[in-house]
Design a protein around this ligand. Structure first.
Ligand code: ZN
Ligand code: ZN
Length: 813
């Protein structure tokens, strides 16, 4: 028997291995194996079994790393599709998508050669570079050696590997490959049980008796619990075992995210309104039909979409199907999880997102693959979970940009949800108050079923939205820049405070000032690694780069002219908070953004305080726009609608419309009607006007012709090539060669099939020390685009630039 194996390396190849007799019985597709690759040992994933193999020198696999498969054959079909579509090596993708834990690979270690430590005494010392001497000193302290990876992170030098080679050539050190054990293993636990009956004449001690009583009370008890209660009780247990009173058994236990919730009686007494009931009925029809059907659930904010999801999920489970529910990362709150657990029970649900501990993720993944868990709730990566008999995928807030991954494999989880559902023959529900233009386009072309819920639950009114024209606002004394809060919004905050209600102020930029400069010579403080201004964070007294985290203490003087007149400009949430505090000193004010929310549970605490009305005004970024329901919030202020509008991106209007509609929807969730103020310098812009009217259809009708005129999606597809290099000139030359190849290749296709835009310097022209360019390839036919990209890649192999591919890009910075 032979196996086709994918290995997490940057190569599109998969590899063939033979199976030794002794391991043949345990082979299954989806298990991981330890295999030799070159001189190293690596973890690979079994994709296929084959009886024949041509080729010479096929090596044996060394070990099988899993008891049960981590994925199924259907999953592999899906992963292959994804790898192909996004130009990403299958093995590398599996390495990123599958949970860490259990995999193994050999590592290079270095240690001093015999006599190597004496190089200093033998007079050879003078010939050592300072870095070489550091390495030798370190190795003297670790006679058994240090892994090269550890050494690199300890000494943090790029040229380290070259130095190691020199030291090895001079016989000062030697190296070898070692195979560390797996990082994580399944956790096993021993359980103590009472035998049904034991001989009455057996005598027990006082201590033994209390242990027996304990087990009688609780039934099967894990050893760890006994130890907690009785201290070290292994002798005690041994004694009882000998007397035949108890039995010991061992089995795997699953690590879980946090303690089990305390659940009340399952909710579900909600009465659906007509719109909900009608939507539910139609989706259930699709569920019953058991085939691929895409459904868009377009419900205004507060229309009760989650309740519809929960009922559809319940019905899918009843029919024996598995379910994946995707929500934007920041909407994955304990409240939401609790709502699911209450409805379906804790044991039915696995949660997958980036904040989950490795060991827990590993265990949950195996429970999903084994079919023990039928609902997976998570952020975008949960889509890759190997759910058995998948019959339903829900993508909540389908328009949300967090479904797009912007590094490693640049995929879009909403798009992939459709692919996966199609392969599995499942229903996919895309829910949103502001469906993406792409989604709506598919609805209009009758590719998706469209269901709408136009009313809020319990007939709560939609908030009234006012647009505040900031061009008419005057600064202090009628001069200077416009104030942070317009008069209208300021007054509304005052009234809301007086009425004892709550206010939400939204500003999508962190920090205090967005840039700082020297008032005398104009020097602007920029990041050393990126071509970007540094943001002033007053909380921590430093300037930070929001792209690479480069941080410096706030300088007291200008590095160029020594002037001490350093001034900050631009508005961030931190400054907004300070201004609001000054204007409303009596109000209780809190801030929610990623700077303020670094401590574990900080977001939880703020949401709870908001719920208990211990906060009057909450200032925040996008974090405050998602999903939370607070009846006390009657006022929402958007400090600047212009930031989103002015992005250099063809989706800027769409995103502005979505964000304004979503933020506005936070108001008036209780019995009180909500008011919304949108401050802007572009009061006539259609995105703002349509958000004011909460009129999605009108926005769509205005936006679509613009897209068509410029041949942007949904009228075309785009593949973006992100090109980067460490040197500007070399990079530029290489980028130009690549551009020519791309245009020639496109011309070869004849006429209008494909349009090549660029290459041009990226709007963020330098990030993390690398110069950046981008090239866009536009066309109607995805297959033609893919073939073209493949040709470009083949013809530019060896160019001294890094090429990353972003299919259906969302970010054009
Ligand atoms: Zn200066
Ligand atoms: Zn930076």
């Amino acid at each position: 028997m032979f196996l086709r194996v994918a290995i997490p390396i940057p190569s599109d190849r998969t590899f063939l291995y033979a199976v030794p007799e002794a391991l043949a019985g345990d082979i299954a597709i989806g298990k991981r194996v330890l295999v030799p690759l070159g001189k190293k040992l690596r973890t690979g994933y079994i994709l296929e079994k084959t009886a024949e193999a041509s080729g010479i020198d096929i090596k044996d696999i060394i070990e099988i790393l899993d008891r049960e498969p981590l994925l199924h054959e259907e999953d592999i079909q899906f992963y292959r599709w994804v790898a192909d579509y996004y130009f990403y090596p299958l093995g590398k993708m599996l390495g990123e998508v599958l949970p860490a834990g259990g995999e193994r690979k050999s590592e290079r270690w270095v240690m001093l050669a015999p006599g190597g430590d004496r190089c200093e005494m033998t007079g050879r010392e003078g010939t050592l570079s300072p870095l070489q001497r550091k390495i030798v000193e370190l190795l003297v302290r670790y006679p058994r050696g240090v892994s090269v990876n550890k050494l690199c992170s300890a000494l943090g030098r790029q040229e380290l590997r070259a130095e190691l080679r020199i030291l090895r050539d001079r016989n000062i050190l030697r190296s070898e490959d070692r195979l560390p054990g797996p990082q994580l293993a399944p956790r096993r636990e021993r359980f103590v049980n009472l035998r049904d009956c034991w001989p009455a004449e057996v005598k027990t001690t006082e201590k033994q008796l209390s242990l027996i009583r304990f087990i009688e009370q609780y039934g099967e008890v894990p050893m760890s619990t006994l130890r907690k209660t009785f201290g070290d009780c292994s002798a005690l247990v041994k004694g009882l075992l000998k007397k035949g009173i108890i039995t010991l058994s061992e089995r795997e236990v699953h690590r879980r995210p946090g303690p089990a919730p305390e659940l009340g009686a399952p909710g579900g007494s909600f009465v659906l309104n007509d719109a909900q009931r009608s939507a539910l009925r139609k989706i259930l029809k699709d569920v019953a039909a058991q085939r691929f059907s895409p459904v868009v659930l377009h419900g205004v904010t507060g229309s009760g979409k989650t309740e519809v999801y929960l009922r559809v999920i319940g019905e899918t489970l009843r029919r024996g199907g598995g379910v994946i529910v995707l929500v934007p990362e920041i909407a994955l709150t304990p409240q939401l999880l609790h709502r699911f657990q209450e409805r379906f029970g804790d044991r039915e649900i696995a949660v997958l997102h980036s904040g989950i501990a490795k060991a827990v993720r590993y265990d949950q993944w195996r429970r999903i693959a084994g079919g023990d868990v039928r609902i997976v709730l998570g952020a975008r990566s949960a889509l890759f979970a190997p759910v058995r008999d998948l019959k339903l995928i829900v993508v909540d807030e389908e328009h949300d940009s967090s479904y797009k991954q912007e590094d490693h494999m640049r995929y879009h989880a909403r798009d992939l949800a459709l692919v996966k559902a199609k392969l599995a023959g499942a229903v996919v529900v895309l829910g949103s108050a502001t469906p993406g233009i792409q989604t709506c386009f598919n609805v209009r072309h009758r590719r998706y079923r469209y269901l709408t819920m136009k009313e809020r639950v319990e007939r709560r009114p939609m908030p009234s939205v006012e647009i505040v024209d900031m061009r008419g606002e005057k600064g202090q004394g009628g001069q200077g820049p416009a104030p942070v809060l317009s008069r209208a919004l300021g007054e509304a905050i005052g009234q809301t405070l007086t009425a004892g209600n709550q206010t939400l102020l939204f500003l999508n930029r962190r920090g205090f000032h967005t840039f700082m400069h020297c008032a005398d010579c104009g020097h602007v403080f920029k990041c050393l690694n990126c071509d970007l201004t540094l943001t002033y964070h007053r909380d921590v007294g430093s300037l930070k780069c929001h792209y690479c985290d480069f941080t410096v203490l706030t300088p007291g003087s200008c590095p160029r002219c020594r002037s001490r007149h350093i001034a900050g400009y631009g508005l961030g949430t931190e400054r907004l908070e300070a201004e609001v505090k000054m204007l409303f000193p009596e109000a209780r004010i809190a801030r929610m953004d990623s700077d303020a929310m670094t401590a574990a549970g900080a977001q939880e605490r703020i949401l709870r305080a908001l719920d208990r009305r211990e906060i009057d005004i909450l200032v925040g970024t996008q974090m405050i726009t998602k999903g939370h329901d607070f009846p006390g919030i009657t006022l929402v202020g958007v400090i600047s609608a212009d930031m989103a509008l002015n992005m250099p991106d063809f989706r800027a209007a769409e995103r502005a419309f979505q964000i304004l509609t979503q933020v506005s929807g936070r108001g008036g969730r209780g019995d009180l009607p909500g008011r919304v103020f949108i401050q802007t310098f572009n009061p006539e812009h259609y995105a703002i006007r349509c958000a004011q009217a909460q009129d999605y259809g009108k926005f769509y009708d205005q936006e679509l012709p613009l897209r068509q005129a410029l041949n942007y999606p949904p009228f075309s597809r785009i593949v973006k090539l992100i090109l980067s290099g460490l040197h500007r000139e070399d990079g530029q030359a290489s980028v130009e060669r690549l551009g020519k190849i791309a245009r020639d290749a496109a011309a070869g296709l004849g006429g209008l099939a494909v349009e090549v835009v660029g290459p041009a310097e990226a709007p963020l022209s330098r990030i993390k020390g690398r110069y950046r360019w981008q090239l866009l390839i536009k066309g109607r036919d995805s297959r033609v685009l893919h073939d073209l990209v493949r040709e470009i890649l083949a013809r530019t192999a060896g160019e001294p630039i890094d090429i990353k591919i972003d299919v259906d890009p969302v970010n054009f910075m």
